[in-house]
Design a protein around this ligand. Structure first.
Ligand code: PEP
Ligand code: MG
Length: 732
């Protein structure tokens, strides 16, 4: 690279200056080369022959680790650090301590600057900050040179399609132009001449940002319901928090421009986030990152975003809840996150908004070109940037077919799920947030068959106060009107973590979770039951307990419920009736059916966990998805046995979770004698359409014969699908 040669003397000057200022015996600059290679580009103190010879892969050695983790490494004894990679040509043996700081521009790593000393020492905080400031200046130098070289060399790779694999956290397929979140132009100025004026600019911007966040609270979030508002409320507190704002102000006082100071605090934050495993803390840090981006926007840094209409696919490393709502108001069609987990705030809200969400697509944000076409297939876990013509044609056809099916199904809203031979089946929805409730009317579903109460807690990031919780349940019941709501008590643990309710466990899905937490922390469970009872005063309350493993556990839970019911009665605010159900998610309950059916007022089969435990196959592991089929003898035999026993005992039983969301699966569930399902709202029209095209008695006869003939755990899917096709049952 011609530019790199020009850079040589400037880098030499820089390393001398830094070494002198920091009293360092070594100062070196490593520059990122194509293929993620860090090349020693200038040094004072190491052997000169090593320049342009010593190369480290990202992740290799201390320098490569600082680049890979995008955080400074400050090591008194670098040579005994597990990541140390010895390069004899450098002659670095005598130097014990090392400080390696990544050269970051935005989130991109352009190189590493490192200082070393003979004496083992940890570099002081002000020394680290000084090097970070130099690294920011260096980033601008390296970027300028690289852009000039890339203008010649690049262009071709950008036009090629790029494929990414991810995990679909909210289903759906969309095509549309890509938009990158958080890709701000790097600060135009790194240093300021007038810190006092810069501080005033920062103050004005942070006040404007706080006003804008307040306005956001009044805007789309209000319409969206209470939970996102509460997430935003916490967010507003952080927006006014002097901790991180004070750090930015301190960096401005040290001479950085306001934008550069925010970027530096952001870089520290990202480094901290990499080390924090606690999902709650990570969410808080993500909120700060989110707010820091807004602050830069208010400083006048124009966001690098083309004007784009509705229907875009947003790519982001992470996204805060407020931002997601903001993008939703602008017409967000799909979301791709490089990080992201099932319990992140953005995921909870994306799910409630039914925005297809694909997570885990590392590198996608940088690879996307704003405005260019992208295909997001969250059903198959795939993102294609700049798809070629065949891919676009394939997806266009699939989407058109899906849209016409949906349009046909939408006409079914008012229709009852009654079979051709006159059997009235029950189709309910799964819900967890207030914003789910309009789906009840939109889909014409029979009620809420699973209300996941922990979702609101997760959205808030903590326990709600009792009054808020009771008011929330009252809102849910009011919105449901005459239709039943099956409230499930908190199901924390597993992949749903809140601070205070989680600790490291080898197998969290089978660990201290759900009712186990509730029974070990009875005050917590009673507090929730009290809120439900209060909310349902004068009407029927349906409560079910998740992950019941023994009948004794159900009895213990019911005793807590009864104690609270009596207390409510004494206050004169008890429900007219209380029914307590058990979720059947743990296979052990199947062998306790007689006792269970004496104890439970109703049963709800949790299809997600039940199949996970039945097949010993982690429900969140994409490698196992589809390996064991729900449409096979082990599952269908179990469902039939439970259904028959419950019917004999006169106990209502339904199936909830996600299994019956697909019409073929719902067909089999009805076929083995369970006549109630609860599914995600989006699946209701298709399940109703299937029911209306079904002759249930004939299908039951067929399915019984098929199962009698079945051997082992083989999938019966093809046979059931063929029957449906031949008999005009709509399963698409
Ligand atoms: C289930 O396991 O099917 C269920 C409904 O509970 P969860 O919230 O764990 O999906
Ligand atoms: Mg479950």
């Amino acid at each position: 690279m011609a530019g790199a040669t020009d850079l040589g003397p400037r880098l030499e000057g820089l390393v001398q200056l830094v070494a002198a200022e920091l009293v360092a015996e070594v100062c070196s600059v490593y520059v990122m080369r194509p293929g993620e290679i860090l090349e020693l580009a200038a040094t004072l103190g190491l052997r000169h022959e090593a320049v342009h010879r010593t190369r480290l892969r990202v992740g290799e050695g201390i320098v490569g680790t600082a680049a890979a983790e995008a955080r400074p490494l400050n090591l008194p004894d670098a040579q005994n650090h597990p990541a140390f990679a010895y390069r004899p040509e450098t002659g670095e043996e005598p130097y014990a301590s090392m400080l390696a700081v990544p050269v970051l521009r935005g989130a991109e790593v352009l190189g590493v600057i490192a200082v070393q000393n003979r004496a083992p020492r940890r570099y002081a905080e002000d020394e680290v900050e000084a090097i970070e400031t130099v690294a920011m200046l260096l980033a601008e130098m390296l970027h300028g040179v690289r852009s000039a070289a890339e203008e010649v060399a690049l262009g071709v790779p950008r036009s090629l399609a790029r494929h990414f694999e991810g995990v679909g956290l909210t289903p759906g397929i969309v095509m549309g132009p890509a938009l990158r979140h958080g890709r701000r132009a790097a600060p135009r100025r790194v240093l300021s001449d007038d810190p006092a004026a810069e501080l005033a600019r920062l103050k004005a911007a942070s006040e404007a940002m706080q006003r804008a966040v307040d306005a956001l609270l009044e805007g789309p979030a209000r319409a969206a319901g209470r939970e996102p508002r509460e997430v935003l409320e916490a967010y507003r507190l952080i927006a006014a928090d002097q901790g991180w704002l004070g750090k930015i102000a301190a960096a401005v006082r040290d001479g950085l421009s306001a934008e550069a100071a925010v970027e530096r605090v952001l870089a520290d934050l990202r480094a901290r986030m990499r080390q924090v495993a606690d999902p709650y803390l990570r969410e808080r840090l993500a909120d700060i990152e989110d707010l820091a981006g807004r602050l830069i926007d208010h400083l006048g840094g124009p966001a690098e975003q083309p004007a784009i209409g509705a229907g875009f696919i947003l790519l982001a490393r992470r996204l805060g809840p407020a931002e997601l709502l903001g993008y939703h108001a602008r017409g967000l069609a799909g979301l791709v996150l490089e990080e992201g987990s099932p319990t992140a705030h953005a995921t909870i809200i994306a799910r409630a908004l039914e925005v297809p969400l694909l997570a885990g697509c590392r590198g996608a944000t940088d690879a996307a070109v704003p405005g260019e076409q992208a295909v997001l297939d969250a059903d198959e876990g795939r993102l294609v940037l700049r798809p070629d013509a065949e891919i676009v044609a394939g997806y266009t056809a699939a989407l058109a077919a899906r849209a016409s099916r949906r349009a046909a199904a939408a006409g079914l809203r008012a229709a009852e799920p009654r079979t051709r031979d006159g059997v009235r089946l029950t189709v309910m929805i799964n819900a967890g947030l207030l914003m789910d409730l309009p789906h009840l009317a939109e889909t014409g579903a029979d009620g809420i068959g699973l209300f996941r109460t922990e979702i609101a807690w997760l959205a808030r990031g903590g326990l709600p106060d009792p009054e808020t919780e009771e008011a929330f349940y009252r809102d849910v019941l009011r919105a449901a009107g005459d239709k039943p709501v099956l409230f499930r008590t908190i199901d924390l643990g597993g992949d749903k973590l809140l601070p205070g309710f989680s600790h490291a466990e080898e197998n969290p899905a089978m660990g201290w979770r759900s009712l186990r937490i509730g029974l070990d922390r009875p005050a917590l469970l009673r507090r929730q039951l009290r809120a439900m009872l209060g909310a349902a005063a004068g009407r029927t309350l349906l409560v079910m307990f998740p992950m019941v493993t023994t009948v004794e556990e159900l009895r213990a839970a019911k005793a807590l419920l009864e104690a609270e019911r009596r207390a409510a009665e004494r206050r004169g605010a008890a429900p007219a009736a209380v029914r307590a159900g058990a979720m059947l998610e743990v296979p052990a309950l199947v062998w306790q059916l007689p006792a269970l059916l004496e104890e439970a007022d109703f049963l709800s089969i949790g299809s997600n966990d039940l199949t996970q435990f039945l097949f010993a196959a982690d429900r969140g592991n994409p490698r196992l998805a589809g390996r064991y089929d729900f449409l096979s003898a082990p599952v269908l035999d179990l469902l039939e046995e439970v259904g028959a026993a419950a019917a004999a005992a006169g106990v209502p039983v339904g199936l909830c979770g996600e299994a019956a969301a697909r019409p073929l699966e719902a067909l089999a569930v009805f076929g083995v004698g369970i006549d109630q399902v609860s599914v995600p709202a989006a699946a209701v029209p298709a399940v109703k359409a299937m029911v209306q095209s079904l002759d249930l008695a004939a299908f039951r006869t067929f399915l019984a014969g098929l199962r009698r003939a079945a051997r082992g755990g083989a999938s019966l899917r093809a046979d059931i699908a063929a029957y449906a096709r031949d008999h005009g049952i709509v399963t698409e």
